[in-house]
Design a protein around this ligand. Structure first.
Ligand SMILES: Cc1cc2nc3c(=O)[nH]c(=O)nc-3n(C[C@H](O)[C@H](O)[C@H](O)COP(=O)(O)OP(=O)(O)OC[C@H]3O[C@@H](n4cnc5c(N)ncnc54)[C@H](O)[C@@H]3O)c2cc1C
Length: 401
């Protein structure tokens, strides 16, 4: 039987192992003492494993990478991911937003069952094996607590992850190893990340951690309705992540991004102006804003922070500011804090089987490839789907006559 190495025991690597073990002796190597640490962390927020929207819409979430990923995504589509989880004894459900989660809302039961099934199929796990490249004769090299170990494989799947949360294992130290072999790597950048803003001391002290609910956020013509959180340094949360790629690109282009907020998306500017024009008598401005426009707490603080101070005597100007508030974002939070990273192995380096054309027998999958997607289960979906496709590709490579 041929021997295959999977390097990286996250969802992409394990998905590859699952396919390859049908035709090869499979060894999974990981730098960490245990596997799937980022997958377990994703489970802390419920493990949004895929998305139930129409598949054509689902595909659009992968932007320019869609074309290259489509075949793999069709090969392990959201319904198939749900069936696969069910096969591991993990029932899933579709939340009101279409996001799909395991009923238990965590990753550990799924990971445990998955690792046990792989072990039952003969897959061997090698934790604490950090891949450091190849020997002169093309053998894989690993750093281990017992010193250097080498491993001769007939095929290998690299599934080393991106660059977010490096303390969970994905530290992107593979970048120079592959660049040295002539592989083009798009720079790794924060994706699904928070951003810094120049908040006043009052905003930081009083509102850090405050959720801003039911607002519309826009940047560069893209809009999303949802919630975000004011942090000590700026903003984060699901609605910000949904626009993060646009915001990040705008900052790279022009040094800052303008995040536009509609603090009252369910009321028109005209209605707000009319209601705010009702004389407030002895009521404070804060009370008037709360009663007539539903603006209080952190929303009122954002308005005070972002609007010119001379508008507050003019109801029409206040209404305009509520609907078109601008928050200047200075920079993305560091990649180490991001949910995921953009960039990675250029998709043009891969053949249809996810093999690196310049390195025959070496396949790659998961977040280390150059694609990005918003949160919503798309990240895990694509890691599982590309892992599976790379595993199938490696299996074909090993069994070709
Ligand atoms: C807080 C948080 C919440 C998230 N929530 C969700 C969610 O709900 N839904 C969703 O779709 N996505 C979510 N994600 C993203 C998702 O977890 C990742 O996209 C996914 O885990 C990437 O899978 P991967 O297999 O490509 O890489 P990883 O999961 O990063 O696995 C890579 C593996 O490679 C190993 N490795 C790296 N370098 C080496 C080396 N040199 N030698 C040996 N081993 C190495 C690492 O130790 C690691 O185990 C979340 C991420 C974070 C940080």
């Amino acid at each position: 039987m041929p021997r295959a190495a999977i390097i990286g025991g996250g969802p992409a690597g394990l998905a590859a192992a699952e396919r390859l073990c049908e035709v090869a002796e499979v060894h999974v190597f990981d730098a960490m003492p245990s596997l799937g640490r980022k997958f377990l962390l994703a489970g802390k927020s419920g493990l949004n494993i895929t998305h139930g929207e129409a598949f054509e819409t689902f595909l659009t979430r992968f932007g320019p990478a869609r074309e290259r990923l489509e075949h793999a995504l069709r090969g392990f589509a959201p319904e198939a991911i749900r069936d696969w989880a069910a096969g591991l004894g993990i029932e899933t459900f579709e939340g009101s937003s279409g996001r799909i989660f395991p009923r238990a809302m965590k990753a550990s039961p799924l990971l445990r069952a998955w690792l046990a099934r792989l072990a039952g199929k003969g897959v061997t796990f090698h934790p604490r094996h950090k891949w450091t490249g190849w020997t002169d004769t093309g053998t894989l090299r690993f750093e281990t607590p017992a010193g250097e170990v080498t491993f001769e494989a007939d095929a290998a799947v690299l599934a080393l992850g991106g660059a977010s949360w490096p303390r969970l294992g994905s530290d992107a130290l593979w970048v120079p190893l592959l660049e040295a072999r002539g592989i083009e790597i798009a720079p790794l950048r924060a994706a699904n990340c928070g951003f810094d803003a120049a908040w006043s001391a009052l905003m930081k002290e009083r509102f850090a951690g405050a959720p801003v609910k039911s607002v519309t956020l826009s940047c560069d013509g893209e809009s999303v309705k949802g919630d975000f959180v004011v942090t000590e340094t700026g903003v984060e949360g699901s609605a910000v992540y949904a626009l993060a790629a646009h915001l990040r690109d705008a900052i790279e282009r022009s040094g800052e991004a303008v995040l536009r907020l509609d603090l009252a998306p369910d009321r028109s500017e005209e209605r707000l102006a009319r209601d705010l024009a009702i004389p407030r008598g002895k009521a404070s401005l804060a009370n008037h804003l709360r009663k007539k426009a539903g603006i209080d707490g952190v929303k009122a603080a954002l308005l005070r922070e972002g609007a010119a101070q001379d508008i507050f005597s003019d109801p029409a100007a206040i209404a305009h500011a509520i609907k078109h508030l601008e928050v200047r974002l200075l920079r993305p939070r560091p990649i180490a804090e991001a949910i995921s990273s953009a960039g990675g192995i250029a998709l043009s380096e891969l053949d249809a089987d996810f093999m690196l054309a310049k390195l025959p027998g070496i396949f790659a999958a998961g977040e280390m490839l150059d694609w990005e997607a918003p949160t919503g289960g798309y990240l895990l979906s694509a890691c599982l789907a590309t892992g599976r496709a790379a595993g199938d590709g490696a299996a074909r490579f090993l069994t070709r006559s």
